[in-house]
Write a protein that binds this ligand. Sequence first.
Ligand SMILES: NC(=O)C1=CN([C@@H]2O[C@H](COP(=O)(O)OP(=O)(O)OC[C@H]3O[C@@H](n4cnc5c(N)ncnc54)[C@H](O)[C@@H]3O)[C@@H](O)[C@H]2O)C=CC1
Ligand SMILES: C[N+](C)(C)CC(=O)CC(=O)[O-]
Length: 496
Amino acid sequence: MTKINKAACIGGGVIGGGWIARFLLAGIDVDVYDPHPEATRIVGEVLDNAEKAYAMLTGAPLPPRGKLAFKETLEAAVEGADWIQESVPERLDLKRNVLRQIDAAAKPDALIGSSTSGLLPTDLQRDMRHPERLFVAHPYNPVYLLPLVEIVGGEKTSAATIKAAMDRLPPIGMRGVHIAKEIEAFVGDRLLEALWREALWLIKDDICTVETLDDVIRYSFGLRWAQMGLFQTYRIAGGEAGMRHFLAQFGPALQWNWTKLMDVVDLDDALVEKIGQQSDDQADGLSIRELERIRDENLVGILQSLKGGHGGKGWGAGKLLKDFEQQLWAAGGGAKQGLDITKPLRLIDTKVSPAWVDYNGHMTEHRYLQVFGDTSDALLRLIGVDLDYVERGHSYYTVETHIRHLGEAKLGQAIHSTAQILASDEKRLHVFHALHDSASGEIIATAEQMLLHVDAKASKAVAAPEEVLAKLRPISAAHAALAMPEGAGRHVGQKR
Ligand SMILES: NC(=O)C1=CN([C@@H]2O[C@H](COP(=O)(O)OP(=O)(O)OC[C@H]3O[C@@H](n4cnc5c(N)ncnc54)[C@H](O)[C@@H]3O)[C@@H](O)[C@H]2O)C=CC1
Ligand SMILES: C[N+](C)(C)CC(=O)CC(=O)[O-]
């Protein structure tokens, strides 16, 4: 897989801001040009939301955040960038002009993507000297959470550019789909526009309010679409006879008068005001930023559920998240190899996310076990017990855990965990983890665990192979020289 080393974002509004967050959180430096006087604040707020969302989305070790710089000119921003993303307002003349400037200043092998929602790449590349490197990279809002990018080439786009663009998306957790022919609005917005056009008629004709319309979507087919698209959903709706029966039964309805699609509603002042007022009522006082946070938390929940779908293999966007996390663990595990093994090993650095906080306002019980479990996983990766190892049929299973709660962890608090090996032999691994407040170093909780090396197929404990033990022994030996941590060997008990 080929990585982006430096990105430039031209335009830092809703979509540019989302791209900036996506790149930075994947560890890529980003230079931004946006003449808006408040661009820094706007991008900062999007980034803030994105970081909150990522803290909830994954426990995998994200790379150190890329460096963000705002530049005074477009030329300074694109200098040295190998992916340049144009996200300026949807006007052909403006985009052509901006793309011409990017083309003149970019390095020769830079990839130039446009976020346009519907303009044709052939029209966009008209004034470029090197049009072969321009393509549409149409994302979905919020770009930092929704993984899809529609990749569309124009008449002058080279096949190598399309391939390079597709290759660079998985390392930032995104999935490119190459649209075979360029048409206005590509695939996603064709569908969304059709739905939207119909929806506007339903509001104008007082069939329903915006809230009822949204309820119809979110309580029904909206839930289905997040996990299976249109066709797979309809295949199932055809019953045992599947898609062919579905088409025979419901196909004729397409001829009926069920749609006003071709007739575009006049968005006159009265209709704009009607929709605007109903939308204000629906928001019930929540600001855009608050709605964004609610949306992000819901999306994170959906993505995490999909990650557990298909018997734990992951399904759809959840499978993509699972694959992305595997990349992060592989990279993050490597980064931990420089650890000083003469001390308890600092293995997980994270923040208490909103989804971890309970009705008492602090981190809820099972999240402690999650962080301690992640700490054990990080320790296991250090000794070569990674996902490849598990797929080959062996693993370590936790057979006993004792957690002590000594302090509180509040929303957003930076925390980290350390691991000390108390004892180990061919089968057993006895560890003591501590969860620290990162600002003060104070211990908030501890967990003592016993893990057994197992043959996963046979479901029984077996000796770990020499390749694992050879990595485990030096850490065990170094930790044998450490003092026994306070609280080790404790059990839940009461003097009688
Ligand atoms: N908002 C959405 O839901 C989606 C939008 N898009 C596409 O993304 C593009 C941007 O849309 P939004 O982010 O929604 O618009 P926006 O209005 O939020 O942001 C546009 C930004 O471009 C900046 N800008 C204007 N002229 C500029 C110039 N010459 N150089 C650099 N920056 C300039 C503005 O200051 C503004 O910050 C459009 O092509 C749109 O079709 C794509 C997917 C979804
Ligand atoms: C409204 N829109 C056409 C700009 C929407 C998109 O392009 C994609 C999205 O995020 O819905």
